[in-house]
Write a protein of this length. Sequence first.
Length: 207
Amino acid sequence: MSPLSLVAVSAGLSTPSSTRLLADRLAEAAREHLAEGTRPVEVTVIELRDLATDIASNLVTGFPGARLRTALEAVTAADGLIAVSPIFSASYSGLFKSFFDVLDPDALAGTPVLIAATGGTARHSLALEHALRPLFAYLRAVVVPTAVYAASEDWGSAGEERTGDLAARITRAADELAALMAGRPAAAPAAEPVVPFEEQLAALRPE
């Protein structure tokens, strides 16, 4: 049985990069979920920083170089994709957008995609919904419900998730991606207890 292919695209610019850290955490979480099944998983991480010159050249000439062609083929053949961008000026980075601009418009049709982003402040988290999600909807990808945003304060000094909330979002998003890749339903989140209406009404009444 051929292994499932999981590709993570990171548009981080620095070294080390919180964008790459988040891509690695998401890829590892998805790999662990998929490992619970019977099919092996191959994970590939693509650093767009290393392909910046090739991407710019392709935009001008219309022809990808060998390294960029390999990356585009990996994304096109992937059974699942993790796409992570830093947020600049309330949107994805130009490098991130340029890579998907040179990708064939039909390459991601029907492909499960997990979107994620990093930024200096939590105020930019809405970029996931008004920028990244519409981009992949346009490319006809199947975007998982949970998007993951990590602000600077979410990381510890050793590059680990500082808050349980970020770790929980990574786990939930990775499970949703793994479920789509494996063709099984994602685990439903634990339901909050339902308080009967009579009790809610009684709590509002003055003593």
